[in-house]
Every structure is written in C-alpha cells, then in structure tokens.
Design a binder for this molecule. Structure first.
Ligand code: ATP
Ligand code: FE
Length: 325
C-alpha cells in the first residue's frame, strides 16, 4: 500500500508519499512562515493564495521524488479538518480533482489525529497511549485507543501554546533578531532562551493560582491525566506511553519537563523528531496508511465531501476527568 498525503490546513503546503511500512518515498513542503511573520500573523486570504501558488509544484515534487507512478497509489489522503477554511479549501479541491483524474479512493484526514499518530511511524507504539498535542491552534490531552478512537481528556482553557509563543515573539520583535528572522515564534524563543539566564525573572508556573483545596489539584494537568488513566485501567500500570506532538512538542525545554514527569510516574515519553512535530505531509500520508490498514474512512464516492474548520477530536470526557482527578 502506498498513500499520497496532502496538507494545507494552516500555513504549510506539504505533500508526501509513504508506504505501508512507514518508508517515506518522497516529500516536499513549502512554508509560508516568512511571509506571515512580516504581516504579524496569518492573513487567511494570503495563505490561500500561497497554497494555490504552490500546491501543484509541491505534490509533483513529492511524487517525482518517490519515483512511483501515480497509478501505483493506493489512495490519496488529505487534511479536511480542522484548520483555516480558506487553506483547507485549496488542499481539498486540488485533491478531489486528482482523485477524479487518477480514480483513486480518498481518505479525509483530521489534522490532530495525524499529529497524534505520527509517533507510530517513527517508533513501535501500540494502542492505547496518552497523547499531549501542543501546537499553534490546539492544546489537548487525549487517550488514543485506536486509529480513530480517541477519548478527549482535557483541552486548553484559553489560547494554544504555539499561538501564545508566536504572540510573545511578535511583542518582543524577535523577527528583527538576525538569527531568528525566518523562524516561527516558538522556535525563535527556544533558540534565544538557550543563551539566556533562566534565573533572571521569577516566572511562576502556569495555573499556580488555580483554586485548589487538595494536593491533587496542584499537579500538572498531564500528571493528573496519567493518574486518571491508570486508575481506570485505561493505560497499563507499567510502561504506559505518553506521546507529545504538535509544533510546540519540538521544544526541548518542554520535552525535558515532560520527561521528569514520565520518569516519576513510570511512563515512557515519546516525541516525533521536531520536523515531524510541526506540520508536514508525511503525517497525513501515514494517517492514510493507518486508516487503510484499519479499513476506516476510505471514500470511493467523494460526492458531498466538505472541509470543516472546526472539529473536535474524539469523545469528550473532560468533565468526568475534572471531577475525578
Ligand atoms: P494545529 O496543529 O493546532 O492546527 P498548526 O498546524 O498551525 O496548529 P503546528 O505546525 O503543529 O501548528 O505548530 C506550529 C506552532 O509550533 C507555532 O505556533 C510555532 O511557534 C510552534 N513551534 C515550532 N517550533 C517550536 C519550538 N521549537 N518551540 C516551541 N514552539 C515551537
Ligand atoms: Fe499542526
């Protein structure tokens, strides 16, 4: 089985060809970061135009690099949710045209499901595992029980961590720093923080003023999710796996903090390499492979398929977790 994956949900136009064993046969990506840095944020119409300008070339590059003939593809997988409407629309209409030309099945992809499953391409990880997705638009904790079987344990109370880092970087004008002029806000902050003095400011940990009347309430949310899942036998008592993914999970300070937590709770922390944490076509193609293998959501009739800018991931049990933990 070989899948072509196409990603345009935000500001990266990306494509990749991946086979059943997780071999990346070809990939290409066009990042719009530099353009959006100059305008101080993503202007959806500009993102849409850049996707339109680049998608044909990017898909062609990924296919050429793979050295397969398009007729060898088993399916085409494309992000259709969630994301910026104008961006999603470009990837979807391009893909549907290609699906029609090549007469291949279509696999609609949920962008956050793809971030969560990326780890199964790079590491041997069985279900179930806990995933912390921290990115430009999301901050969520979920139990992954199967390819499209997610329990949503909790999500951000306000903005996503990547969005926050991008806003901070903008306020600090990090784009003007010669070493950071092409980096995303989060990456620029990580880069410069390495040269900083961590004791210079006394920054309180997040939620330190949250109302708590017991010890449990003081734990970090990921810690509580681990305990909740173990108590309910949703995760194994020993060697449970915590996966961190999404753009902000490429941050090594964040990874180290999570490692301290997983060491203390007899869990294993696994993160995809940074370039697979941020948006890419490989994770979309791999999600297509996962869905093909599981026989899930493979469309032979593309009539009526629409993109969805907002779409929750999995069954939301966050209320139950909040009351129990
Ligand atoms: P979502 O996945 O929620 O739809 P997105 O696709 O826009 O959002 P990603 O590409 O997954 O987000 O991640 C991009 C975010 O990751 C940006 O906000 C960026 O600042 C942040 N980021 C990238 N590299 C790092 C890093 N090294 N440290 C911290 N944050 C980073
Ligand atoms: Fe993303």
């Amino acid at each position: 089985k070989i899948v072509l994956g196409i990603e345009t949900s935000c500001d990266d136009t990306a494509a990749a060809v991946v086979d059943e064993t997780g071999n990346v046969l070809g990939e290409a990506i066009h990042s719009q970061t530099e353009v959006h840095l100059k305008t101080g944020g993503i202007v959806p119409a500009v993102a849409q135009q850049l996707h339109r300008d680049n998608i044909q070339r990017i898909v062609q590059e990924a296919l050429s690099a793979s050295r397969i003939s398009p007729s060898d593809l088993s399916a085409i997988a494309t992000t259709i949710k969630p994301g910026l409407a104008l961006s999603l629309g470009v990837g979807l209409s391009f893909s549907l045209q290609l699906v029609g030309q090549l007469k291949k099945p279509f696999i609609p992809i949920h962008h956050m499901e793809a971030h969560a499953l990326t780890i199964r391409l790079t590491n041997k990880v069985e279900f179930p595992f806990l995933v912390l997705l921290i990115s430009g638009g999301h901050c969520l904790l979920a139990l992954v029980q199967g390819v499209s079987d997610f329990l949503l344990l909790g999500k951000s109370l306000d903005i996503a961590p990547g969005d926050m880092l991008d806003k901070v970087a903008r306020r600090l004008s990090l784009i003007k720093h010669p070493e950071c002029s092409t980096m995303s806000g989060g990456k620029a902050i990580e880069h410069l923080a390495k040269q900083g003095n961590r004791f210079h400011f006394d920054i309180k940990p997040p939620l330190h003023r949250a109302k708590t009347n017991n010890e449990k309430g003081k734990r970090g949310r990921t810690h509580r999710a681990i305990l909740f899942c173990k108590q309910r036998d949703l995760l194994p008592q020993n060697n449970a796996v915590l996966v961190a993914s999404g753009g902000v999970a490429s941050n090594f300070y964040v990874r180290r903090a999570l490692e301290i937590l997983t060491n203390a709770t007899q869990c294993t922390l696994l993160c995809p390499p940074p370039r697979l944490c941020t948006d890419n076509g490989i994770m979309i193609a791999w999600n297509g492979i996962e869905r093909l293998r599981a026989g899930l959501g493979i469309l032979h009739d593309i009539e009526g398929i629409r993109y969805e800018p907002k779409c929750p991931l999995g069954v939301d049990i966050s209320k139950e977790v909040g009351e129990a933990a």
